[in-house]
Design a protein. Structure first.
Length: 365
């Protein structure tokens, strides 16, 4: 556990509920997927939750981690993470030595990529079954098998693919992709661990679970929007405070472009957070924040460094705490609906690291 860093200059802070993180992992392991190996996805700074903190919290309860870029894997090694780490991006010759230098696993989706990988490293092979992004196609199987035969010095561990429509369990592509993966899989050694299921597929059907499960969004407390929640708890809260209060009269306009006009007398609270911190400009005049006694409307355009809230029910107070994300009215799902996006994006961007926000757990052992 980590205590809050002593940083009085912080204008907002991100709190990580490590108990909720463990709770979500327990649901997945004990109720959804008993006996399967777990690959925890901690790319994009663990979806905005702090990769180092998340990995250190759950390392003993998972089998491996996955990141998007080699730098993310290096970060985990530097804080002492010892479990296998898959780097999901396509390998490049210019930095392929990093796999050996930091004991990282490569995800290979083209036969040519095997040629420049350092000997002895772990490799997961990626097939393209319809995503049309990364991976080798069915017609490239013979080329991939020949490339593997030419590099017996590599440690081949897995065979994987990625589903394009897993958040729509009835979509016909799930069946076609799964069948194609089965056809490809039959041509490779049986000892390779098969994995196809990310969060949506884990919730959708056990037929996609195979040997390993790639836990992303559900680890952090949210199912993909529209899918059932079997009891996951949000892990992240983003807090700020009111830095200035001002009364507003009925008919007065607020912020750039005067896109909102007060319908009655009330109070405005100025909060030192804006789109540079990951609060979406697209929620302007739609969102709410949580105060200690209920919600308050966000009004006017979201600006780079500030948002403004309004309430007619009571006077606001300078220094008053505000929950931007993770309160009773401010889930990532609701913010995503207001912003016209998905909860993944809200979690990744909210409380942007580098503007004074360092994810931490306020609990102590």
């Amino acid at each position: 556990m980590r205590n809050q860093p002593n940083n009085s200059s912080r204008l907002s802070k991100v709190l990580i509920d490590t108990d909720a993180l463990r709770h979500n992992l327990a649901i997945i392991k004990d109720r959804l997927t008993p006996g399967k190996e777990i690959i925890a996805i901690v790319k994009a700074n663990a979806y905005g939750h702090g990769a180092s903190l998340v990995a250190q919290t759950i390392e003993k309860d998972v089998d491996a981690f996955a990141v998007a870029q080699p730098a993310e894997g290096i970060e985990l090694r530097e804080v002492g993470i010892a479990k296998p780490i898959l780097v999901l991006c396509a390998p490049e010759a210019s930095w392929s030595h990093i796999y050996a230098d930091f004991d990282l696993s490569a995800v290979v989706g083209d036969p040519s990529q095997l040629k420049f990988l350092p000997q002895g490293i772990r490799v997961h092979l990626k097939a393209d079954t319809g995503m049309n992004r990364l991976g080798f196609r069915l017609e490239q199987v013979d080329q991939m098998l020949a490339a593997i035969a030419a590099r017996p010095d590599l440690d081949y561990r897995g065979l994987m693919t990625h589903l394009a429509n897993a958040d729509h369990p009835d979509h016909p592509s799930l069946k076609s992709q799964s069948e194609l993966f089965g056809a490809i899989s039959a041509k490779f050694p049986p000892q390779l661990q098969r994995h196809i299921a990310s969060s949506a597929a884990i919730l959708g059907s056990t037929s996609y679970h195979y040997d390993c499960l790639r836990l992303g969004l559900i680890l952090y407390g949210y199912p993909p929007q529209g899918m059932p929640n079997p009891g996951f708890r949000p892990v992240k809260r983003w807090l700020s405070h009111i830095s200035q209060v001002r009364p507003v009269k009925a008919g007065e306009a607020v912020s750039y472009g005067w896109t909102w006009t007060a319908p009655s007398d009330g109070w405005l609270g100025i909060i030192p957070v804006g789109y540079a911190d990951g609060y979406p400009r697209s929620v302007s005049n739609k969102a709410v924040v949580d105060l200690s006694d209920g919600p308050a409307h966000q009004v006017g355009r979201v600006t780079m460094d500030y948002i403004i809230i309004w309430t007619p029910r009571r006077e606001l107070h300078s220094g008053e705490e505000v929950i931007l994300l993770g309160g009773p009215n401010t889930s990532a799902d609701r913010l995503a609906d207001w912003a016209g996006t998905i909860n993944y994006e809200i979690l990744c961007l909210s409380g942007t690291i580098g503007r004074g926000n360092t994810p931490f757990s306020p609990e102590s052992n």
